[in-house]
Design a binder for this molecule. Sequence first.
Ligand code: ZN
Ligand code: ZN
Length: 330
Amino acid sequence: MKAAVLRAARDVSEKPLHIEEVPAPELVPGQVLLRVRACGVCRTDLNIAEGELPLRKQPLIPGHQIVGEIVDGATSELPLGTRVGVSWIGGVDGDCAYCRRGLENLCDFPVFTGYTVHGGYAQYALARRDFVYHLPAELDDLHAAPLLCAGIIGFRSLRVAGVEAGDRVGLFGFGASAHLAIAVLRSWNCEVYVSTRGASHRQLAASLGASWVGAEADKPPVELDRAVTFAPSGDVVIAALSSLRRGGVVAINAIHLDRIPEFDYDRLLWGERQIRSVANMTRSDAHDFLSTAARIKLKPKVTVFSLDEANQALAAIKNDSIDGAAVIVP
Ligand SMILES: [Zn+2]
Ligand SMILES: [Zn+2]
């Protein structure tokens, strides 16, 4: 099969992915073999390709927002041809202290799709049978793919931030995850305040119902109940914190931050304000988000790339040169 293979991390401008023929994966008990119909491109893939996350498998086929159809390993619940989604959490041990507390997103022994095992930048991929999700018919392949990490983790970020119906919520950064989260927030009648760089991102935010849109360094005109930051920048976290009311929460939706700058505790954090990180996702986040997405007819904005263009897709994420999400169709 054809796949995009990462052998060593390097800057995207040096094309870290090699497009080549590799053996198709062989079915393993407990797994399904999928023919990949589409695979979303996530900022984490960029972090892996460029080495901000150390490589844990070499060579590696990245990609963890897989829409595929089952071509082997079918069961009565997952018959041949079933269309399923696969996300970043590709498996947990089910037995560690976190799993036993119901916190499988924090599992001591997780499997990460497209990171510790091969992912979906390929024509075929394996996935654990208990970590694939039925995809509602309302969501077609291209528009389902970006939901599978950006969407689910964006949804989890809203949960971690403790968003309640009608809240004033700030979104700092407006890429793939935020442009899905805003639709969920609007369906909960929240007022959404978006600070982001790039005029086209600001236009998109306004067209998706933001109450206010500003540039990266602009402060929303009201005190926020909740904020979610998406940029890999600690400065943005502090900007979000400085916009919160007392008791408010900033949830950081980033697997990697440059650093957190020093800040004034008395003025910014005191008053029971909280900063929380968002780590991974649980299967119930996935189920709840996908059914919400189908109900509100969530349709991400997507730009399609072929497998041959996988490096360009990563570059597009890095340079913020597309609105919404990038999707590879192998
Ligand atoms: Zn565990
Ligand atoms: Zn991701």
